[in-house]
Ligand binder design. Structure first.
Ligand SMILES: [Zn+2]
Length: 444
């Protein structure tokens, strides 16, 4: 620290204080020490079977060479030279693939029930810490990228910033900020104000983009967690949807819609909405229209199937909520089957925490398993959770496959997911941006 002369301190206390402040500022301005989760300069993952998902087949005895946070080479051991100074990770007996990408997550999720009552007076600070913990647990469960589809607090933006600075462990975050819902619409409470008419909706979309939203989430129909009304009711008007897509287009931001409704979905396609969540009551005709428009479907199938009941019990869901969830189980499943058959672009999203226990595994994995049950091949299901989300996010240059130039977001499994999708239950290695966050076979 800068020395302050005793004279100065005695004669000019204010000047001394100022000198102290300047010295402190100089300390702060020094280059920061390495962040907690900075990767080593070079890493090589060797000995495993690599599934790059970039058009190449499985590479037995493969090498993934990583510099900092990026992959620089992927190939058979005979083709990739490992530099002497590289940190080696032995992946013998493992299958290596891109980290899972979950496109429907709420890091600060609160659903109706006893849990919501406990969180009733949660402060924004506490919420940010809870969201950070959920981000860490999501990553450790193998989900290396998420898209946040709604957070009325600023917690997710704060977590994103901390993850990007590598101060905390978490997945990469693409975030939509607060959802835009009409008065009485999905996600609002009785008596609370929603956003009505194109003017209010434009202002809200602009506000979210100003806060850092990569996406805008709109509530075009009602849902399971709506306190009343038909789940398929189409609440948002065409001019409101169009107002949002107009603002989003001007800023290069995409729009996704919570939708249980065929009518609302068809209107939203006309309005230029890019992506649809849940789709409880969507029909083959609607999926065909989505495919033709190049729109995306994020099924969140786990929320209406048997495995979710364990979660609902845990959070003390009220009977009306359980009844609503059960009422869409069959039709939601038929919608997923129709979507798979139609060839519409599907990106994995769970609407539960990616790490949430579900049927003996976690929500991200269960969601992918259900895609196979609904008609996808294991290869298609893996793509729905990696390559496709990268494309949905406009991040195919950086994410989604194990190829030179992309971020080293990699998971290791103890079995082959192409042979049996349930191999995803054996995730035992998680790397994000070149940093090993989890390696169950290593003591460190
Ligand atoms: Zn949701």
């Amino acid at each position: 620290m800068t020395r302050i002369s005793p004279l100065l301190r005695r004669t000019y206390p204010l000047a001394a204080l100022l000198a102290c402040l300047i010295a402190a500022a100089a300390l702060l301005a020094r280059p920061a020490a390495a962040a907690r989760f900075d990767p080593p300069p070079r890493t090589a993952i060797v000995g495993g079977t690599v599934l790059p998902l970039d058009g190449r087949g499985a590479i037995a005895n493969g090498v993934i060479l990583i510099e900092g946070d990026r992959i620089v080479a992927v190939g058979p051991a005979s083709d990739v030279t490992v530099p002497d100074d590289a940190r080696r990770i032995d992946a013998t007996g493992r299958w290596l693939m891109p980290g899972l990408m979950n496109m429907h997550v709420h890091l600060a999720l609160i659903l109706p029930g006893a849990e919501a009552m406990r969180l009733r007076f949660e402060t924004p600070e506490a919420r940010a810490l809870r969201a950070a913990d959920n981000a860490r647990r999501s990553l450790l469960a193998g989900t290396t990228t998420i898209r946040s589809t709604g957070d009325r607090s600023g917690a997710t933006f704060a977590v994103r910033q901390a993850v990007e600075a590598r101060r905390i462990a978490g997945p990469r975050i693409f975030a939509s900020g607060a959802p835009i819902a009409p008065t009485g619409g999905h996600g609002t409470e009785p008596g609370s104000d929603g956003l009505d008419g194109p003017y209010e909706v434009r202002a809200a979309a602009r506000a979210q983009i100003a806060k850092g939203a990569d996406w805008i989430k709109i509530m075009i129909s009602r849902g399971i967690a709506s306190y009343s009304g038909d789940i398929a009711a189409a609440d948002m008007t065409f001019d409101e949807m169009q107002a949002v897509t107009e603002i989003a287009d001007r800023r290069g931001v995409q729009v996704t819609a919570h939708s249980g409704s065929p009518a609302a979905t068809l209107e939203a396609l006309e309005a230029g909405v890019d992506c649809f969540e849940h789709g409880y009551y969507l029909t083959p005709k609607v999926f065909d229209a989505m495919r033709e428009a190049g729109a995306w479907y994020v099924p969140t199938i786990v929320v209406s199937q048997q495995g979710a009941m364990e979660f609902f019990r845990k959070i003390g869901s009220p009977q009306w909520y359980l009844d609503r969830a059960k009422s869409v189980g069959k039709v939601h499943w038929a919608a997923l089957q129709a979507a798979v058959a139609s060839g519409v672009d599907i990106a994995m999203g769970s609407d539960q925490f990616p790490f949430e226990p579900n049927e003996g595994t976690v929500a991200s994995v269960r969601e992918i398993e259900l895609y196979v049950d609904a008609g996808m091949t294991p290869a298609q299901a893996l793509r729905a959770a990696t390559v496709n989300p990268a494309r949905l996010l406009g991040a195919s240059d950086e994410l989604g496959t194990l190829s030179a130039g992309k971020y080293a977001d990699i998971i290791g499994l103890d079995a082959d997911p192409l042979a049996d999708i349930s191999a995803l239950r054996t995730i035992s290695l998680v790397m994000a941006g070149g940093y090993v966050h989890r390696n169950d076979r290593q003591a460190d």
